[in-house]
Design a protein around this ligand. Structure first.
Ligand code: GLN
Length: 488
C-alpha cells in the first residue's frame, strides 16, 4: 500500500509515531499524481518546490513536538483560492498567469498549521458548472471511469482526493460544487454554514452563496480539514463572530432517537433507480440504528434552481466586473480603454461565464430588477421559512446528493438546462446558508458512486457530522477507485 492511500487520521498517527515522514508522504502523493494526472487532470498547478519545502518544515515541527492536526498532511486547494506567488487562475484565460500577492485566509491558516499544499485543482471556470468541463485549461475526468465527468465545479479537488494525489482537499460550494463532485467521485464533501470559513481570498462568484469547505475520504477527515480553516476572520464581514459548533463532539454517537426528515420534493422523475435504491437502503439502515424517519415537504424546493439562476448570475455579473484588463491577468489591445476592456473580457471569459454575466446583467437591469432579482430574493426567504418550519419536527433533512451518477463527458455540455438541473438537491442549502454534506452510499450496478446528502440548520454542524458519521459506519467506507496506472 502507498502512503497516498492513507486517511488523514491514519497519516497523522504514522507521522506522530515517526513511522512515516512528511517528506515520504508527500513523495508518495506526488508519485500518485505523476501516475494519474495525464488521465485525470485534477490539478492546474502542482507546486513541487513549495510542497517539498513545507514537508521539510513539517518534519522539523513534528520532531520538535509542535505538530497540529494538519502538520505534514498533503492537501490540495481549488484554484479559485488565492495563493501568494502561486498561479490562481479560476480556470479562466482572463486570469492565466496571475500570481496573487497574498494568501487568502483559509490558505494562510493551512500554512500556519503546517499543512503541505500540493497544488491548485481544476474547476469549471470561476466555479460555474457541474462537470469541470468549463475549465479553460481542459476538463478533469472521473477516476472511477475516465469517460465520465467528476462533477463540478470542484471536480479537481474531488478527483485528487479520490485517487490519492492529495489526502484531502478544499473546494467552494455556491450551489453544490463540493457536494455534487464528492458524490460523483465517492468521497465525503461538506459545505459549512455560511460564514464559518472566511471568504477572504476566495475569488467571488456569488458572494451571498459561496462557502469554502472540505473533501475527505472519511467523515472524520472532513471534520479535521474543516477545523483547520473555520473561525472568525475580521477580513470577511460576513464571517461568523460567535463560537464555532462542536464539529467532532458527536462522532461515534450514532443516530438513536434522532428525527430524520426525507425531503418529498427531492425524488421522483429524473432520479436514477439506483440512486433511489441506495438512498432507501441507507434510510432503512438509519431506522434500524434507532433513528425515526419522517417525511418533510418543502414546496419551494421546486423553485430552487430557478431562484439560484437569478441570484447567482446577478451577483456574478457584479463580482466579475473587476476583471477588466486593468488590474489582473489578461489584457487585449484596444484603441480606447473601453475597447481594451471589451476585447479583454470577450476573449478572456468562456461561454458559460459570458452567459451568466449576460443573464445577471439583464436580471438587474432597470425595470427588471424587481421582477427577477427581487422576486428571487422573496423565494429565498420562503425557502428559509420552510426550512425553519421543517426543523421544528426533525433534526436533519436528507436526500440524494445528485439525481444521477457521474454522466458521460459531453453529455450535458451543450445543454445548459440539463447541466443546471444537476444541482436540484444541493442548491436549497446554499439559498438558506445552511450546512450540508454528501457521504458515500455505495454504487450503482456499474460501480459508479452514489452520494447521500444530509442537511442541517444554521450552525447545526454537530448533528450534521453525527448523522454523516453514522451513515459512514452503516454503509462502510467507500473504496478507492482503481486506475490501471495505480496498482493496489
Ligand atoms: N453547478 C452550479 C453552478 O453552475 C453550482 C456551482 C458552484 O457551487 N460553484 O452555478
Amino acid at each position: 500500500m502507498s502512503a497516498a492511500d492513507l486517511t488523514i487520521s491514519a497519516a497523522r498517527a504514522a507521522l506522530d509515531t515517526g513511522e512515516l515522514r512528511a517528506t515520504e508522504l508527500l513523495e508518495a502523493v506526488l508519485e500518485r499524481a505523476a501516475l494519474t494526472e495525464a488521465q485525470l487532470h485534477a490539478y492546474l498547478t502542482i507546486d513541487h518546490e513549495g510542497a517539498r519545502r513545507a514537508a521539510v518544515d513539517a518534519d522539523a515541527a513534528i520532531a520538535e513536538g509542535r505538530a497540529g492536526a494538519l502538520t505534514g498532511i498533503p492537501i490540495a486547494v481549488k484554484d479559485n483560492m488565492v495563493t501568494r506567488g502561486l498561479d490562481t487562475t479560476c480556470a479562466s484565460q482572463i486570469l492565466a498567469g496571475w500570481k496573487p500577492p497574498y494568501d487568502g485566509t483559509a490558505v494562510a491558516r493551512l500554512k500556519e498549521a503546517g499543512a503541505v499544499i500540493v497544488g491548485k485543482t481544476n474547476l469549471d471556470e470561476f466555479a460555474m458548472g457541474s462537470s469541470t468541463e468549463n475549465s479553460a485549461f481542459g476538463m478533469t475526468r472521473n477516476p472511477w471511469d475516465i469517460t465520465r465527468v467528476p462533477g463540478g465545479s470542484s471536480g479537481g479537488s474531488a478527483a485528487a482526493t479520490a485517487i490519492g494525489s492529495a489526502l484531502g482537499a478544499y473546494g467552494s460550494d455556491t450551489g453544490g460544487s463540493i457536494r455534487q463532485p464528492a458524490s460523483l467521485c465517492g468521497i465525503v464533501g461538506m459545505k459549512p454554514t455560511y460564514g464559518l470559513v472566511s471568504r477572504y481570498g476566495l475569488v467571488a462568484f456569488a458572494s451571498s452563496l459561496d462557502q469554502i469547505g472540505p473533501f475527505g475520504r472519511t467523515v472524520e477527515d472532513a471534520v479535521t480539514l474543516l477545523e483547520g480553516v473555520a473561525g472568525y476572520d475580521p477580513h470577511d464581514h460576513t464571517s461568523w463572530p460567535g463560537e464555532m459548533p462542536d464539529f467532532r463532539g458527536s462522532l461515534g454517537r450514532g443516530v438513536e432517537g434522532l428525527r430524520i426528515g426525507v425531503v418529498d420534493e427531492l425524488s421522483g422523475d429524473g432520479y436514477e433507480p439506483a440512486v433511489i435504491a441506495r438512498f432507501e437502503e441507507v434510510l432503512a439502515a438509519l431506522e434500524s440504528a434507532g433513528a425515526e424517519i419522517r417525511r418533510a415537504s418543502l414546496p419551494s424546493f421546486e423553485l430552487a434552481v430557478s431562484t439560484y439562476y437569478l441570484v447567482a448570475p446577478a451577483e456574478c455579473s457584479a463580482n466579475l466586473a473587476r476583471f477588466d484588463g486593468v488590474r489582473y491577468g489578461l489584457r487585449e489591445p484596444g484603441e480606447t480603454v473601453e475597447q481594451m476592456m471589451a476585447a479583454t473580457r470577450a476573449s478572456g471569459f468562456g461561454p458559460e461565464v459570458t452567459r451568466r454575466i449576460l443573464l445577471g446583467t439583464f436580471a438587474l437591469s432597470a425595470g427588471y430588477q424587481d421582477a427577477f432579482y427581487g422576486q428571487a430574493q422573496k423565494v429565498r426567504t420562503i425557502t428559509i421559512n420552510e426550512f425553519e418550519q421543517a426543523y421544528e419536527s426533525v433534526d436533519v433533512l436528507v436526500s440524494p446528493t445528485s439525481p444521477t451518477v457521474a454522466f458521460e463527458v459531453g453529455e450535458r455540455s451543450e445543454d445548459p438546462l440539463a447541466m443546471y438541473l444537476s444541482d436540484v438537491c444541493t442548491i436549497p442549502s446554499n439559498l438558506a446558508g445552511h450546512p450540508s454534506i454528501s457521504v458515500p452510499a455505495g454504487t450503482d450496478p456499474n460501480g459508479l458512486p452514489i452520494g447521500f446528502q444530509i442537511l442541517a440548520p444554521a450552525l447545526g454542524e454537530e448533528v450534521l457530522f453525527r448523522v454523516a458519521d453514522a451513515v459512514e459506519t452503516l454503509v462502510g467506507r467507500a473504496e478507492m477507485p482503481v486506475l490501471e496506472e495505480v496498482a493496489r
